[in-house]
Design a protein around this ligand. Structure first.
Ligand code: FAD
Length: 406
């Protein structure tokens, strides 16, 4: 065990006694002992290292890059990827890890989602063994930061067919041209997985583009009202030359891109539950302490109604995502399973953070009172990794047999 992990165990023991109140049906008890120990170590890290600075970094729109290496010590980067996973773990565990991060800071959960869920998984799913060995171990320790460049200014939901970024082969070199938008981590990443259309066969291929490549620029998107700590960038690629050995060797079409998204979409659903859990815990705390009409507001029936509806949403979402992840663990991994989890959990999250904000009255819109950041961050999670409409259409196609995208 690393010194950092050992140091966090005291806190882990402390948190272990405090079962998550929001886990009303105690689903977390079903993790293996090792998984539960790792979840609790991650919770301790989030509470000790991230929580104290989360409102400040959010207000300043800065990502705490100094925490990347210590975060990696918890084993959360690359979990589920055989070459670099620190311990054997299940998709259900990975869901709980996403929940624990989202509960404290959706920005940190999103960093991990991009680094590990998108960038590392792209290499694990679509890279050759040599590429996996060259990149994944250093990304798992946080030495190298990755990003995932799919979305473009003119192509968001329709990225399966609408990508305009092109890749042209010249001998053993590829020349990339185009623009990307919203790319998380990209202002400080070392490498971005860029998805581009091969002009020769019209298929989408993936390229490992180092951010020091001539012709590559990443400009931070300013003035966001949601996920402010996440460093999203507009990327421009002008005649960026990438050697053939940096083309993801097993990415042959958008199907391979979709395989990565299928893996991560369910984890985003779990992140959303985490955001709802964080807001619910703050609302419950506040309701017990705040007095109006001579008694704690928790004793007013209408306030209880908001809290019960919130815990109901959380419980239903955990149940649904637990089964979606369990199916993934059994190898039954379908687009529509992840899509339903993402669409359902993010919609329930959006209702829940609204109700929890309501419980805090005016204080619900102030940073520091525990709900405002979750309330704002929920909006971006609702839309990224497939909007509710897109995920609904994926499920709709599966249950009716009719695609209704266009
Ligand atoms: P659009 O596709 O323009 O959609 C606008 C609205 O129209 C939505 O409500 C949508 O649901 C609706 N709509 C579109 N088509 C249909 C239809 N056929 N039927 C019904 N409704 C429809 N991308 C990356 O590649 N990498 C990243 O790291 C990344 N990180 C992100 C982080 C944040 C904070 C955000 C906000 C976005 C990020 N994205 C990233 C992009 C994200 O995946 C897109 O924003 C998302 O896919 C939606 O695309 P869009 O914003 O272009 O909206």
């Amino acid at each position: 065990m690393t010194p950092a992990a050992a140091a966090s165990l005291d806190t882990t023991e402390r948190v272990q006694r405090a079962h998550l109140e929001a886990d009303f049906y105690r689903f977390q008890d079903d993790l293996t002992d090792v998984e539960r120990e790792r979840v609790l170590a991650l919770r301790a890290f989030m509470e000790d290292r991230v929580a104290p600075i989360a409102d400040r970094t959010w207000a300043d729109a800065e990502f705490p890059t100094h925490l990347i290496r210590p975060l990696a010590e918890t084993g959360v980067l690359g979990s589920g990827i055989p070459l670099v996973a620190r311990f054997e773990n299940s998709a259900v565990y990975r869901g709980w890890a996403a929940l624990e991060m989202g509960r404290v800071d959706a920005g940190m959960a999103t960093f991990v989602g991009v680094q590990s869920g998108l960038a590392m998984n792209a290499i694990a799913v679509a890279g050759s063994e040599d590429q996996q060995r060259a990149w994944l171990p250093r990304m798992a320790t946080g030495e190298l930061v990755g990003a995932f460049g799919l979305t473009e200014p003119l192509s968001g939901s329709d990225s399966a067919r609408g990508l305009r970024t092109t890749a042209r082969r010249e001998g053993d070199t590829w020349v990339l041209d185009g623009e990307k938008r919203w790319i998380g981590n990209a202002t400080f990443a070392d490498v971005v997985v860029i998805w581009a259309k091969d002009v020769a066969d019209g298929q989408v291929k993936g390229f490992l583009v180092t951010t020091d490549s001539p012709g590559f620029t990443a400009t931070k998107i300013e003035d966001k009202i949601s996920l402010r700590t996440v460093q999203n960038a507009d990327i421009v690629l002008r005649d960026v030359r990438v050697p053939e050995e940096r083309r993801l060797q097993r990415a042959r079409s958008f199907r391979d891109t979709a395989a990565v998204l299928r893996l991560t979409r369910c984890e985003v659903a779990w992140q959303a539950i985490g955001i709802a859990v964080g807001a619910y815990e703050a609302a419950l705390r506040y309701a017990r302490e705040r007095e109006q009409f001579g008694k704690p507001i928790a004793r007013h029936q209408l306030v209880q109604d908001l809290l019960v509806r919130s815990v109901g949403n959380i419980t239903a979402s955990i149940a649904l995502c637990t089964q979606a992840s369990a199916l993934q663990d059994r190898g039954d991994h379908r687009d529509e399973f992840s899509a339903l989890a993402k669409a359902f959990a993010t919609a329930r999250m959006r209702e829940t953070v609204g109700w929890c904000r309501e419980v805090l009255g005016g204080n619900g819109i102030v940073l520091g009172a525990g709900v405002a950041r979750s309330f704002a961050d929920a909006e971006a999670i609702y839309s990224y990794e497939g909007t509710r409409e897109m995920n609904t259409l994926i499920v709709g196609r599966a249950i009716t047999g009719h695609a209704a995208f266009v």
